[in-house]
Design a protein around this ligand. Structure first.
Ligand SMILES: [Zn+2]
Length: 230
């Protein structure tokens, strides 16, 4: 997921710090009391193959997040992982404004091809600003702003995503050494802070779409994403 405000990554350090202070999450982790509670696991057959779906609840704010796993992901071997932030417009509606849906699809196929891996699906729409604010930013983009300018115009930093939740879910699943599928270097440092080792960055290059061209260029130039095509 990577919408026009879908997600990416400037100022993550700063923000994670702020979020931790606000929510006490940093303290909670240091105290050994995780925020995320693993409340349920069930089989989930999909068009990509057979997964297990794990439901987590954030004990601080009640938010729900899920992880899909295939194979034995807790055996200590490096595991293929995608940490994907929800993008309703891209994941479900097939929006051409971003590459989120394509990245989700590519990651699910890569996990299925290996027969082992984890898709962490974080319900932090619009790089954490929420669905309605994301749509407001789209409206500003209709008037010529880029994704970063639109977020700032709405009073948000370019990226409000917090990787505490994802990191805790991965640790709970026994995955501490990752082959992380991402083009976003901030995501790597975001996870490494929690003692997770990224042994390899696995790039996800999706097909070029003219409608998302400007957005992808913004991600590359303003948000430090590693993209060969743009
Ligand atoms: Zn998106």
């Amino acid at each position: 997921m990577t919408d026009d405000l879908c997600k990416a990554g400037i100022m993550i350090e700063e923000l994670s710090k702020k979020t931790s202070e606000q929510a006490g999450s940093g303290e909670q982790i240091r105290d050994g009391a995780p925020i995320m509670e693993h409340v349920v696991a069930a089989n989930l057959p999909t068009k990509y193959g057979k997964f297990r779906i794990h439901g987590y609840v954030n004990r601080l704010n009640g938010e729900h997040h899920v992880a899909l796993t295939m194979g034995d992901v807790g055996d200590g071997r490096p595991v293929l992982v995608r940490v994907h932030s929800e993008c309703l417009t891209g994941d479900v509606f097939g929006s051409a404004k971003c590459d989120c849906g394509d990245q989700f699809d590519a990651a699910m196929r890569m996990i299925a091809a290996e027969g082992r891996g984890i898709m962490v699906y974080l319900r932090q729409e619009g790089r954490g600003i929420g669905l309605i604010n994301k749509l407001k930013a789209y409206a500003l983009q209709d008037q010529g702003m880029d994704t970063v300018e639109a977020n700032v115009a709405l009073g948000f930093p370019p990226d409000m995503r917090d990787y505490t939740v994802g990191a805790e879910m991965l640790i709970d699943l026994g995955a501490k050494r990752l082959r992380l599928m991402t083009n976003n270097p901030e995501k790597i440092s975001g996870l490494e802070k929690y003692g997770i080792e990224i042994v390899e960055r696995v790039p996800i290059e999706t097909k070029h779409k003219s409608a998302s061209d400007a957005y992808m260029k913004t991600k590359k130039v303003k948000m430090g994403h590693i993209l060969k095509t743009y």
